[in-house]
Design a protein around this ligand. Structure first.
Ligand code: DSN
Length: 426
């Protein structure tokens, strides 16, 4: 993408963007929630669609001049239902929520009353702020926990896998109005059928937040929650490889309330340019190559997990079914921050993360979270995981040796530069 106009009008900003482009090329981006959009997605997102206000729903707007925007939003919704094989008689979708957190809040705002109990995965075990999070002293951290009453389920402290009998016990005890599955750091597939059975047993709605897995589900590498869930929310920028945005799928009886909750409940005019970018990403996700891509993401993550196990790392649950690997560093007496900072110095980007039973705080937690969606988009395959695991191990073990980190940085950069970055180089 050329920047001729930006270079002329705002050299300062252009220079910063150019530096970020170099960073994206030279580093291995291994945060599981990140990815690279294609040039086609970037073109749609940079289009003049951003000039238009279009409050309302497609073909039912408050402003005139939406004749093409209507078709764009409608096309996006049709593609969304198509990618997940949903019957439009049974399911509706909203594509206007700007982020996953707003999408989730829109669902609660539509279907719950303030003070209602919501049940979700404990944050430290891999849940999400937008599923309701209160500090141990009871202080609400997100809007969800300010307005609603969150209760949590935990992973099994020994295996770190879900214990569905425990989930059921907690549901029976608290009788939540909604049960939420999904989050940010649980490396295993969730038994959506069992979650729905638990929800039915206590008369709760069941919402699957598949922000992380959306692309894996679309591409068939992970199971789908749609046969069971009442509502499915997702962001579009992670494994789905679209721009920043979100989608809310709901059974037909809930979708109107959800639409009104997004607008006028929580948002004004939708980001039409972003919705168009989502449409492009959905078209790409329907292609056979995307299936291969998602299979490769999982193969890469599984291979990386094994390589790290072999080097003495405590990989939570012993491996992964998905795109992410969660490492508990307590056996090595290293903090998540120290490991993530050392890896960054070696041009490998991961994020520090809490782990199950973590006694440390999220700002300096006991683990790191590693993901393969972005490196897989660059065409990096399973065979390279040995090399990457080796670099990670060397960086973590030599985290105080600046000379060694500098050498690793060069090696990683030289390797990274042999793989094009989609949207920048291809
Ligand atoms: N920030 C996202 C993640 O990294 O998982 C969740 O919102």
């Amino acid at each position: 993408m050329a920047y001729e106009n930006l270079i002329n009008e705002d050299q300062e900003l252009y220079t910063l963007i150019e530096s970020e482009e170099h960073r994206q090329r030279e580093q291995l981006e291994m945060i599981p929630s990140e990815n690279y959009v294609s040039l086609a997605v970037r073109e749609a997102v940079g289009s003049p669609l951003m000039n238009k206000y279009s409050e309302g729903q497609a073909f039912k707007r408050y402003y005139q001049g939406n004749e093409f925007i209507d078709y764009i939003e409608d096309l996006t919704k049709k593609r969304a239902l198509g990618v997940f094989n949903l019957d439009p008689e049974l399911w509706g979708v909203n594509v206007q929520a700007v982020t996953g957190s707003v999408a989730n809040l829109s669902v609660y705002n539509a279907l719950l009353q303030p003070g209602d109990t919501i049940m979700s995965m404990f944050l430290y075990d891999g849940g999400h702020l937008s599923h309701g999070w209160k500090l141990p002293n009871g202080k609400p951290v997100s809007m969800t926990s300010k307005v609603y009453h969150p209760v949590y389920y935990y992973v099994d402290p020994q295996t770190r896998w879900f214990n569905y009998d425990e989930v059921e016990k907690i549901a029976l005890e608290h009788k939540p109005k909604i049960i939420i599955s999904g989050g940010t750091a649980y490396p295993r597939e969730i038994d959506y059928k069992r979650m729905k059975e638990i929800a039915d047993k206590v008369g709760a709605l069941y919402m699957a937040d598949v922000a992380h897995e959306a692309g894996l589900i679309a591409g068939g590498a992970n199971k789908s929650p749609f046969p069971y869930a009442d509502i499915v929310t997702m962001t579009t920028r992670k494994t789905l490889r679209g721009p920043i945005g979100a989608m809310i799928f709901a059974k037909k009886e809930y979708i109107e309330a959800i639409n009104s909750s997004v607008f006028p409940g929580l948002q004004g005019g939708p980001m039409n340019h972003s919705i168009a970018g989502i449409a492009v990403a959905l078209k790409q996700a329907a292609q056979p190559e995307f299936k291969e891509y998602t299979k490769q993401i999982v193969e890469n993550a599984q291979s990386l997990a094994q390589e790290l196990v072999d080097r003495g790392y405590d990989v939570c649950t012993g491996g992964t079914d998905k795109h992410l690997v969660l490492i508990d560093l307590r056996n090595l007496d290293i903090t998540g921050t120290d490991a993530a900072v050392a890896l960054e110095k070696a041009n490998i980007i991961v994020n520090k993360n809490t782990v199950p039973n973590d006694s440390a705080k999220p700002w300096n937690p006991s683990g790191i979270r590693i993901g393969t969606p972005a490196i897989t988009s660059r065409g990096i395959k399973k065979d390279e995981m040995t090399k990457i695991a080796n670099w990670m191990h060397l960086a973590i073990m030599n985290r105080e040796d600046e000379k060694m980190l500098e050498e690793l940085k060069t090696q990683v950069r030289d390797f990274a530069l042999t793989y094009p970055v989609p949207g920048l180089d291809s």
